[in-house]
Structures are given as structure tokens and as C-alpha cells.
Design a protein. Sequence first.
Length: 106
Amino acid sequence: MKKKHTTYYEDLLERLKDPAYALGYLNACLEERDEETFLLALRDVATAHGGLRKLALKTKLNREHLFRMLSKHGNPRWASIRNLIQAFGWKIAFVEKLSSKLPRAA
């Protein structure tokens, strides 16, 4: 009996089922400062957590719109991104970057 080999993507989706891993993945993609990468990462997380259809129902967004929004060339509105993040049970927060601070206003 041959053992089935998993692909990198299958392994990634399995790891993304862990919410802590998924958050780390998304944060790492944000650090890259590449919007395309972040949108594709959001789609990976959505796929790992039941797929775009399930997410569309939960967010009340059209599935086709959601698919386009999370594509390499997607251009989502802020409200849509916030809606997606909330559907995963997360919130968006700002944290201080340790290496630099904004100068104080006079």
C-alpha cells in the first residue's frame, strides 16, 4: 500500500486550521508589505476554515465577489476586510513597532 504524499499547499491548509498559526501566517504576510500576498493569504486561511462559500455566508458577501476580492489583483474595500477578519473571530489592532517611534508633536 502506497502512502499518499501531501503537497506543500495541502500541508499549509492543514496547519492554517490552527488559529494561532493562521494569525502568525497573516501577520508574516503583512510584514512583507505586499498587498497581493496578504490577500492570497486571507484566501488560504478562508479555504482552511471551510472555504469561500462558508465564509461568504458568514460575512453576507457574494461568493464571486469574495473570490475576486481575495485574488492576486483584488482590491477590497476596508469594510470588506474588516468583515472578513471579524468572521474569523479576530480584530484588527495597531501595535507599536519597537525599532522606531513617531516624533512627538510640539
